[in-house]
Write a protein that binds this ligand. Sequence first.
Ligand SMILES: [Zn+2]
Length: 164
Amino acid sequence: MALYVPLAALDKGVVRLSGEISPGELGIELANDPCLRIERTFAYDVSVEKTGNELFLEGVIETTVDCRCVRCLEPFELALRLDPWTCVLPLEGEEAPPISHESVDLTPRIREDSLLALPQHPLCRPDCQGVSLQKSDSKTPQDLSDEKSRSVSAWSVLDQLNLE
Ligand SMILES: [Zn+2]
């Protein structure tokens, strides 16, 4: 089921839409990306206002994305939150959303904007140093901040890669 807003309701005033929609209902498929899985429900809370021949949308869209860090390969959860999410949808022309049964389909735009907000190279944290440091649990935070040990670890990773 897609996310529709009836034109008749918009003619009466602002329409507030809130609820949940599944990635499948949004038409999101990322089967080929090993580092991003979108399988959890999206929550939305959006107000839609019709002015002339345009819809103005404003609200919040959020979900949780299951990621795999491209450096250390550890799985982690990423909160994807479009807040505030705003967009203007012209009701005529090439940019116009699909309309069926006198209702505007908001699904394509929400899908597009959610996909655009995804990281291209998900990292578990901005300074993730990759596989080597993740495994060394014995390291203290001081060790981690020591540039010398960091570069040594980086070289040992390279050595391992060369051997394989
Ligand atoms: Zn990582």
